[in-house]
Write a new protein. Structure first.
Length: 276
C-alpha cells in the first residue's frame, strides 16, 4: 500500500513531466542551437533544456514551496520539507538536438534521501512510465488505460540484450568502448539509445534484459531506477553498492548478478575520480 503523500508527489511529477514534454516536443525551434557545453565540447545544453527545467521547478514550487531541488541544469536548493525533486529536464539532449526521437523528461521525488515516486515521459514515443515505491510500475501509451510493467524472464547471459551509454569525455568513452568490446561476444547483443532514463524504463518494459553505464548522475537514474525496480528488475552499482557515478546496472533477475560481476571484472566502473 502506497503512502498518500507519495501518490500526491507522483501526480505533481506527472503534471510537470507532461507539460515539459509538450514544451520540448511542440516548442522545439527549427534553428535549435547549443546554449553551452559541460564536460567537453560535445556534451551540450540547449536553450530548451534550460526552459524545461524552469517550467518544472516553477510548477512544483508553486504547489510545494518548501521542497528542495537537484536539477541537471543548475536547480539546487535544500528545502525544509524532507522532500527533494531530482530532475533531468531533457535526458538525451544530443538526440534532441539532432531530431532523433529517443529523449525524455525524468522527474523523481525523494523523501529523506529515498526515491518514493518517479516519472519518465518520452513524448515522441507517446509513452510515459511511472512508479510509486511499493506500488508497482506502470505506463501509458498507444494502448488503452495504464499498463503494469514487468521485466522479462531471465534468459541465459549469452542470450541477453543489454544497453549501455558512453561518456562525453574522450578518455572515459575510450575505456567504455573497450569494456563493451569484451562484453559483446558474451551477450546476444549491445544497444545504445542515448537516454539512460529510457534505457532503465525499457528494462522495466521487458524491451531489454539489462542496462549499465558509468558516469551517470542522480538525475539520470533517479526516476528510471525506481521504475525498473518496481517492475521486478534488480538495480545497483558495483557488487554490494547502490547505483552511482562509478557504475549503474539494472537487469532482470538472473541477468543482473552475472552482468554485474563481468562489469566489475572488466573494470567498467571508475575509482571515484569525477568523469567531468
Amino acid at each position: 500500500m502506497t503512502d498518500a503523500l507519495h501518490t500526491d508527489l507522483l501526480r505533481l511529477a506527472q503534471e510537470a513531466a507532461a507539460r515539459a514534454g509538450e514544451l520540448l516536443r511542440d516548442g522545439r525551434p527549427a534553428d535549435l542551437a547549443v546554449a553551452r557545453t559541460k564536460s567537453s565540447p560535445i556534451d551540450v545544453v540547449t536553450e530548451m533544456d534550460i526552459a524545461a527545467e524552469k517550467l518544472i521547478t516553477d510548477l512544483i514550487s508553486a504547489h510545494r514551496p518548501d521542497d528542495g531541488f537537484l536539477g541537471e541544469e543548475g536547480a539546487s536548493t535544500e528545502g525544509t520539507s524532507g522532500i527533494r525533486w531530482v530532475i533531468d529536464p531533457l535526458d538525451g539532449t544530443v538526440n534532441y538536438l539532432y531530431g532523433l526521437p529517443t529523449w525524455a523528461v525524468s522527474i523523481a521525488a525523494e523523501q529523506d534521501g529515498e526515491t518514493v515516486a518517479g516519472v519518465v515521459a518520452a513524448p515522441v514515443r507517446g509513452e510515459t512510465y511511472h512508479a510509486v515505491r511499493g506500488g508497482g510500475a506502470w505506463a501509458t501509451g498507444a494502448w488503452e488505460g495504464e499498463r503494469e510493467l514487468r521485466c522479462r524472464p531471465a534468459p541465459p547471459l549469452d542470450q541477453a540484450l543489454v544497453s549501455t551509454g558512453f561518456n562525453y569525455v574522450t578518455e572515459v568513452r575510450t575505456h567504455q568502448a573497450e569494456v563493451a568490446a569484451r562484453l559483446i561476444p558474451l551477450l546476444r547483443d549491445v544497444r545504445r539509445s542515448g537516454s539512460a532514463a529510457i534505457d532503465l524504463c525499457d528494462v522495466a518494459c521487458g524491451r531489454l534484459d539489462g542496462y549499465y553505464e558509468r558516469g551517470l548522475n542522480a538525475w539520470d537514474w533517479g526516476a528510471g531506477d525506481l521504475i525498473a525496480r518496481e517492475a521486478g528488475a534488480l538495480t545497483g552499482g558495483r557488487p554490494g553498492e547502490r547505483p552511482s557515478r562509478a557504475l549503474t546496472v539494472a537487469a532482470t533477475p538472473g541477468v543482473f548478478e552475472p552482468l554485474q560481476r563481468l562489469l566489475d571484472t572488466f573494470g567498467a566502473w571508475h575509482d571515484g575520480v569525477p568523469d567531468a
